[in-house]
Design a protein. Structure first.
Lengths: 533, 389, 323
């Protein structure tokens, strides 16, 4: 029943490593897990596949003790257990690598690994160092034990996470979207590690929303949709069927056979064709960055000597792994932070010395990736958020006083145009869903005569439908002559949208690629090649 | 969380700038009771238990508070105390709404008081009374505002935590006020460390119809009207103007404010200066309306008393008025009751502290039931989270 | 200028001894409170109620020492009282995740009111005082000039009550615990990334609760020292902002306990300038002297404030699953 391994584990029990039976978990307003049953076996990689919000992470958080189920059973080695805390889960041999890092960035590698150990009073660094070498060599990894964790490259941090998850002798390893922060090279390394672990008889759960990953990494695939288990692919089928057959089958499972409703396919499948026909662009530059350098803040990379020319009505993508200076660059363009050197020009005029509000008035817009804490004020109404960058300007303000009628009527108009699902213009933004909050942000940034718009991860964390509508909006804007810069960590998104893609690595532009058939490979090369690992 | 609950006289449909959620489950009345009344009741109850524990009849004590604060001519004293407390309250509302903790009230207050009582009595002969008073109010406001400049600049420029800097400034301010009173402003005709007393006629006139034959003071001074006007101005500022909205955006999240193109350093400084200005005016009403001079050891320490009130009133400048009236009554009547019971008047401070403690508690309950919070702490939290993320 | 100062005896042995002794006398309470606050801040709890905890410790410690006739009873009682008050902080801020600043202010106000009230009710007439505390003179070293302090009423570095030496040892111990033990590692992680600590299987609640209790206990001990050794009496203004200074000291010490000790002694010195000036027969306003430590804090904040280290999750309540 297991693939490619010889180990029916040393404890010799016939029970599977993990059995989840009828798990139900409800959060306010969301049924995250609806009677899900799942079996994970030793020496096997079990992929959990589904869109964002399908309930994958919740299910695994139940296993790791972070979340307690409302109903259902968890069995380990055939025994029913109630996992009430992460500590308990660790004690039971369940190691989890979280999607967002669970390392303490301020501590050293060794300190992070020793965190949570309960033996003795003193920290036993010598013993821990020994164990790190041991585990590292069995996985083929080499991490400096004295390095400050926050200073490690993201790929290394994730390797450290895996070591940490195995530190106390785990029998089950859960990886939650482990490839989302990795370069292609990092993904390849991860695949090797997972293969070794499988060989050592571990049960591995691999959570992903990428179909090709599930097919290539999994010995078994479970497909989740809207909190329910909608299908599974057995090892035999995975081995025998071709990639395309499997893809078709999984899509059918996910969307209930309605091929016409395959709106989510684009997000899940690989190798999307560029949706924009090659367009003839006017040679007029809209936004020019000329050797822009941004000083890094604490924990940041900054931007160094960035030069980029974006033509009018062009969609320019900026690709790169998160934390390579994207935010620094975007904020420098928007005027939210100063530049140490270089120049920023809008239609030929330098705007480097202008403040945020002045740039906004000239038609420069910035759709931030932090839509909750930065892009909106949750305690204010939808209507107020829509005019928040117009404070003090007519027609919404007159002689310093608010004109509610003008604001409300504008808000009603934009709510309709951007399809914002809200009880009314006076509802607090905090009460809306993430997708609708993003639409509020877009409504504000794309109204009042935009000329150049910087989008930072515009579809991050959104459901498939909203993602499509956001991308459609970006394309429509481009067609109307608005210049766009799309910063994204999702290469498929960039290839879907952009005319050209620039690659940002360690705060520098390592190259600009025309979108086309070979663009994906060239961007991938630039992302890896630009790294000094 | 909303402006509407505490402001009984200001019911109107919610406006776009206001928060309207969070009351669905509790209902408006329940929410108001839980967040704005219950903490007071619990504090008074606990206070009664403490009184009983140290052998004082709580019912008699609270009765004394009432009679000492209202009966005979005491209501005039209570009413006059409203003036400084209300001015401090509106000053706090401005900064708290901007998400800033100005905890340096006492230093700002005493320093402003020392300056006007020191210089005021010197040029009272040279100027017409009305102009003199106007000028002194202005000076007091400016001094109060000036004492916020250091924390304001440190926060605006370096994002230095204002809780610490305003507290340090308040201790410095209190000592500096004492140095001023004992030094340059010392009344040469007495050895008591105090300033020269104002001429009786140079003080604030009283509101017609509030005079009482049995009292030394002619009646309730017009400073109370100044305070009421200030409350209206701040209410208007915060709810109707662009500056008010800017301050609220800043209070919600500093990062949002930057993103929206607001001049964050300038707003921080404006909020601080406004609050210091109102605190300075509070000092002026107390010196020019009640005291007439300043002793070196005088420190009413109004500052922290007012903090719970503005939270109970949801940072609403008009809504805070009933609470201020209640506190004024408790502080005037409390002195009398404490004297009767042989206690220290600090019991009132205990009640204030307990109110704040219970308010935190009911806020927690309300947040669980309805969501949302009006505490500036919520925004502080978010700043920190942003800094960490 | 120098000649004038020398003539008035600024650098006379007597004056310098008074300065050193005063620095320790005023610095030790700050040291205790700052050590506690440092641990609490390191664990992610900004304890603004420190002032109130010191005050409660001062009152209870004084009463216990007065009735029990032993300073150790007083120190113990003060310690427990401070810890008792900090239980409120544990319950409100760690357990329920309420606003740490509001709760801290409330605790300080409540303690100010409560101690004044109870003290007045109990001792309004008598206003008792305590005798001088026994000092331990370290053999040999106590005979040194200035730093020895043998026979001086307030001693000097090598003639101090035993509790002072214990306090210094505690600072070393805390430094060791923070750097070298599991407990210390947990505390540091609780302040920097509580979610990670939780994921590692350690209770954030427990770690933070103990840290806050420790802070309360030490603040209480500091208050008790202030009343028993420092003043020999209780009055409601006895703490007078020292709790707030200790908070700043803890921030500036950047999680290094020994720096907190040095800082506390420096501020102690500035508080004791009045004694020194008296011995040296210099006439400066006591108001000015009382203002000095706050001016000094402000100055230090202006100069070094940007480098004050604050844990990433300071003042943020932790709730599982909301990272």
């Amino acid at each position: 029943m297991t693939t490619g391994t010889t180990t029916p584990a040393t404890d010799g029990s016939e029970h599977p490593a993990v059995e989840l039976v009828g798990i139900v978990k409800e959060f306010p307003g969301v049924l995250a897990n609806d009677r899900i049953s799942l079996t994970v076996r030793r020496g096997e990689v079990h992929c959990l596949l589904g869109e964002n919000g399908a309930g994958k992470s919740t299910l695994m958080n139940i296993l790791s003790g972070m979340v307690r189920p409302d109903a259902g059973q968890v069995k380990l080695d055939g025994r029913v257990v109630e996992i009430d805390s992460p500590k308990h889960a660790i004690g039971l041999g369940i190691g989890m690598v979280y999607q967002h890092t669970s390392l303490v960035p301020q501590l050293t590698v060794l300190e992070n690994l020793m965190l949570g150990e309960a033996e003795g009073i003193r920290l036993n660094a010598a013993h821990a160092g020994e164990r790190l070498r041991e585990l590292g060599s069995s996985l083929g990894l080499d991490v400096d034990p004295k390095a400050t964790t926050g200073m490690l490259a993201l790929g290394q941090q994730q390797q450290l996470e895996i070591i940490k998850a195995l530190w106390r002798g785990s029998k089950v390893l859960i990886l939650d979207e482990p490839t989302s922060m990795l370069t292609p090279k990092g993904v390849a390394e991860l695949e090797q590690i997972v293969a070794r672990l499988k060989g050592q008889g571990l049960a591995v759960v691999f959570i992903t929303h990428k179909l090709h990953e599930a097919i290539s990494m999994g010995d078994r695939v479970a497909i989740l949709s809207q909190g329910r288990l909608v299908g599974a692919i057995e090892p035999a089928e995975l081995r025998s069927a071709t990639h395309d057959e499997l893809q078709e089958r999984i899509i059918a499972l996910m969307f209930g056979g309605q091929a016409a409703q395959a709106t989510g396919v684009a997000e899940l499948t690989d190798g999307v064709e560029p949706h924009l026909p090659r367009r003839a662009l006017a040679a007029e530059p809209a936004l020019e960055l000329d050797s822009v350098t941004v000083e890094p803040g604490p924990g940041e990379i900054g931007a160094h000597d960035v030069s980029l020319q974006v033509l009018k009505s062009e969609i320019m993508g900026i690709a790169g792994v998160d934390g390579n200076g994207q935010r620094e660059l975007a904020e420098a363009i928007a005027g939210q932070r100063g530049i140490a050197d270089g120049d920023v020009r809008l239609f030929g005029h330098s705007i480097a010395r202008l403040k945020v509000a002045q740039r906004e008035k000239l038609g420069l817009r910035y759709v931030t990736d932090d839509r909750i804490h930065e892009g909106t004020v949750g305690s204010l109404s939808v209507a107020m958020n829509i005019v928040l960058k117009q404070i003090g300007r007519s027609p919404f303000w007159g002689r310093g006083r608010i004109r509610y009628e003008a604001i409300l009527s504008k808000a009603r108009e934009l709510i309709g145009r951007f399809d914002i699902r809200t009880p009314g213009p006076e509802t607090r933004v905090a009460a809306l869903s993430g997708g609708n909050i993003q639409k509020v942000v877009l409504a504000r940034e794309l109204s009042f005569d935009p000329k150049v718009v910087v989008y930072s991860k515009p579809t991050y964390g959104l459901d498939v439908r909203t993602t499509r509508s956001v991308r459609r909006t970006i394309r429509e804007q481009a067609r109307e002559g608005v210049t766009s810069i799309v910063i994204s960590t999702d290469l498929e998104e960039l290839l879907d949208l952009c005319d050209r893609v620039a690659v940002l690595s360690r705060g520098r532009i390592t190259g600009v690629v025309e979108n086309g058939p070979s663009a994906q490979q060239r961007v991938g090369e630039l992302m890896v090649g630009g790294k000094s690992t | 969380m909303t402006e509407t609950t505490a402001a009984a006289g200001l019911r109107e449909p919610p406006r776009p700038g206001e928060m309207t959620g969070g009351q669905a489950q509790l209902g408006r009345v329940g929410d108001f009771f839980l967040r704005s009344i219950l903490p007071l009741v619990l504090a008074l109850g606990t206070g009664a238990i403490i009184l009983a524990a140290i052998g004082v009849d709580p019912i008699q004590y609270y009765k004394d508070v009432y009679s000492g604060g209202v009966q005979f001519a005491a209501w005039q004293d209570s009413l006059m105390r409203v003036a400084p407390l209300l001015l401090i309250a509106v000053g706090l509302i401005v900064v708290f709404r901007a998400g800033i903790w100005n905890l340096g009230i006492d230093g700002q207050f005493l320093l402003a008081a020392a300056v006007i009582s020191g210089i005021g009595s010197r040029f009272e002969e040279h100027l017409p009374n009305a102009i003199n008073l106007l000028l002194l109010f202005l000076i007091a406001g400016v001094v109060g505002a000036a004492w916020t400049i250091v924390p304001a600049l440190l926060k605006a420029r370096y994002e230095l935590n204002e809780i610490i800097t305003t507290l340090m400034m308040t201790f410095i301010g209190i000592n500096l006020a004492q140095i001023l009173v004992k030094g340059p402003f010392q009344d040469p005709t007495t050895t008591t460390p105090q300033t020269r007393a104002f001429d009786f006629t140079a003080l604030l006139p009283s509101i017609p119809g509030t005079e009482s034959a049995s009292r030394r003071w002619p009646g309730v001074h017009v400073g109370v009207l100044v305070a009421a006007a200030a409350a209206f101005v701040v209410w208007f500022l915060m709810s109707r103007t662009s500056l008010g909205l800017r301050l609220q955006v800043l209070g919600a999240s500093m990062r949002s404010a930057r993103h929206m193109g607001l001049d964050v350093p300038r707003l921080i400084i404006v909020a601080f200066l406004l609050s210091g200005f109102f605190v300075g005016l509070a000092a002026a009403t107390e010196i020019l309306g009640v005291k007439g001079y300043q002793r070196a050891d005088w420190n009413p320490a109004f500052g922290l008393w007012v903090v719970p009130l503005v939270f109970l009133a949801r940072l609403h400048a008009i809504g805070v008025i009933p609470y201020v009236v209640l506190l004024s009554l408790a502080s005037i009547g409390g002195d009398y009751a404490a004297q009767n019971a042989g206690l220290t008047p600090q019991f009132t401070l205990l009640l204030v502290g307990l109110t704040l403690l219970f308010m935190a508690l009911t806020e927690w309950i309300a947040r669980r039931a309805a969501g949302g919070s009006y505490l500036p702490g919520a925004s502080y939290r978010r700043h920190r989270a942003e800094g960490a993320g | 200028m120098t000649t004038v100062l020398a003539a008035t005896g600024v650098f006379s042995e007597q004056a310098l001894t008074a300065l050193v002794a005063g620095a320790i006398l005023a610095g030790v309470p700050l040291m205790f409170a700052a050590l506690g606050e440092l641990v609490s801040q390191r664990a992610g709890v900004l304890n603004i109620g420190l002032e109130g905890m010191m005050l409660m410790g001062a009152y209870v410690g004084f009463v216990a020492a007065y009735h029990g006739g032993s300073e150790w009873l007083g120190f113990g009682a003060g310690l427990l009282a401070g810890a008792g008050v900090s239980l409120l902080m544990v319950l409100f801020c760690v357990r329920w995740g309420l606003d740490q600043i509001v709760t801290g202010i409330a605790i300080t106000l409540t303690c100010e009111g409560a101690t004044a009230l109870i003290f007045e009710a109990e001792f309004a007439e008598s206003r008792p005082t305590l005798g001088a505390t026994d000092k331990v003179a370290i053999p040999g070293l106590a005979d040194l000039p200035v730093v020895g302090g043998k026979g001086e009423s307030n001693g000097s570095i090598f003639t101090q009550p035993l509790v002072v030496y214990l306090g210094l040892a505690l600072a070393v111990l805390v430094a060791w615990i923070l750097r070298r033990t599991h407990m210390g590692l947990n505390v540091r992680a609780a302040g920097d990334a509580p979610g990670s600590l939780d994921a590692a299987g350690v209770s954030v609640f427990a770690t933070r609760s103990w840290a806050v209790l420790f802070a309360g206990a030490l603040a209480g001990l500091g208050g008790a020292f202030l009343a028993i050794v420092g003043a020999g009496l209780f009055q409601d203004t006895i703490v007078g902002g020292r709790g707030f200074i200790a908070i700043v000291l803890a921030m500036l010490a950047r999680s290094r306990p020994l720096w907190a000790v040095v800082g506390a002694m420096l501020f102690g010195a500035s508080l004791s300038i009045a004694d020194w000036a008296q011995v040296a027969q210099i006439n400066i306003s006591t108001d000015f002297v009382f203002m000095l430590p706050f001016l000094l804090v402000l100055f230090v904040l202006v100069v070094f404030g940007r480098r004050a280290y604050l844990p990433a999750a300071l003042a943020l309540p932790y709730e599982r699953g909301t990272r």
